[in-house]
Design a protein around this ligand. Structure first.
Ligand SMILES: Nc1ncnc2c1ncn2[C@@H]1O[C@H](COP(=O)(O)OP(=O)(O)O)[C@@H](O)[C@H]1O
Ligand code: SF4
Ligand SMILES: [Mg+2]
Length: 321
């Protein structure tokens, strides 16, 4: 087997449900995946499958109506789910694991200059004084390709790409072990998307940081991904290294995702996945993908186990049992 990089984050059986008047929404329902040093694990799946909830569960950013919340999140050799809230806030969030939330570039503070915003996490979470934090902010802004004189500008004076780079600098200024990027390019035009993906590739090489990239866009993710976890209806249905995933996806849902990508050099029309993902209030029993699966058979009315295929790939589907 190939030599693998050191394991940084290990998520096991993570669950986060939301209480509603109609019952619990099973947004994250028993999720497992790994992240290694200087690598990116891409979490991919359609809108509403629980990706942002997974990010919140890892960072313990729980809404008021959070219900069931359990499982294991190992950061190196520590299960951080066992920490009390105060220790989690002081030791983990932002210092060791940070996030660029979905639509972060539109959530920058309009009344604070960019430099002040990027310096703030360093002051709050790394106990730096203003001068040290400003230096760290300048270093990080340069690193992500924001010109230094932008330090004194306000977010509304910046282009979308520059705002997203600034949001990335805020997440990286504490030099965390892990950065979670929630749909970092979805609000940007294609050229800016490509430049942000290139930037993240460079960051992955240059910094001691690992990335969790959350996206519904399988095409842009392929550039950065070392590993892929496919999410469907609150669950992970396939985990694989990127090389084998992109050449030969295993799960029927992964096939459908791949077939939906337009290909510039080929004449094959992209195929859209028919039907809707199920409600997470009352997900179907058995395989959650069964109502949309072209390969469905009798067995699929029972919950499929997660099985190992090709050595270390994981797939939750009866076809592989
Ligand atoms: N606070 C909440 N209360 C109830 N339901 C929620 C809450 N937050 C998200 N959801 C629901 O959980 C599911 C997963 O949402 P989300 O994690 O945002 O998915 P994604 O990021 O993949 O689009 C959706 O059905 C969404 O409506
Ligand atoms: S378990 Fe059955 S329904 Fe589910 S993905 Fe596999 S073949 Fe399709
Ligand atoms: Mg989301």
């Amino acid at each position: 087997m190939e030599q693998q990089n050191e394991l940084v984050l290990k998520v096991r059986n993570l669950r986060l449900y939301f209480n509603t008047h109609s019952g619990p929404v099973q947004a994250v329902d028993g999720v497992d995946f790994d992240l290694r040093k200087n690598e990116a694990t891409v979490i991919i799946g359609e809108s509403g499958c629980g990706k942002s909830s997974l990010a919140k569960a890892i960072l313990r950013l729980l809404p008021r109506n959070a219900g069931t919340y359990d499982g294991e999140v190992w950061l190196h050799d520590k299960n951080i789910m066992k920490l009390d809230d105060e220790s989690f806030r002081k030791e983990i969030r932002w210092k060791r694991i940070s996030m660029v939330p979905q639509a972060a570039m539109n959530a920058l503070n309009p009344v604070l200059k960019i430099g002040t915003q990027v310096a703030e996490p360093a002051m709050v979470h790394m106990n730096m004084n203003e001068e040290e934090a400003t230096k760290a902010a300048v270093r990080m802004l340069e690193h992500v390709g924001v010109p230094v004189d932008f330090l004194h500008r306000y977010s509304f004076e910046l282009s979308g790409g520059m705002r997203q780079r600034s949001a990335l600098a805020m997440a990286l200024v504490t030099l965390p072990d892990v950065v979670i990027l929630d749909e970092p390019t979805s609000a940007l035009d294609v050229l800016t998307q490509a430049s942000i993906m290139n930037l993240m590739k460079r960051m992955k090489k240059e910094l001691e940081t690992s990335f969790i990239l959350i996206t519904h866009d399988i095409a842009t993710s392929s550039e950065l991904a070392d590993n892929v976890a496919v999410m469907y209806a609150g669950q992970v249905v396939e985990v694989s290294d990127a090389r084998r995933f992109f050449t030969k996806p295993l799960h029927p849902y992964s096939h459908a995702l791949m077939a939906s990508v337009p290909r510039l050099r080929e004449t094959i029309e992209p195929e859209f996945i028919t039907g809707q993902p199920p409600s997470l209030l009352n997900p179907p029993t058995g395989c959650r993908f069964k109502d949309r699966c072209p390969k469905r058979f009798e067995k699929c009315d029972e919950e499929p186990p997660t099985v190992l295929v090709d050595g270390d790939r994981k797939v939750k589907c009866w076809l592989y049992v």
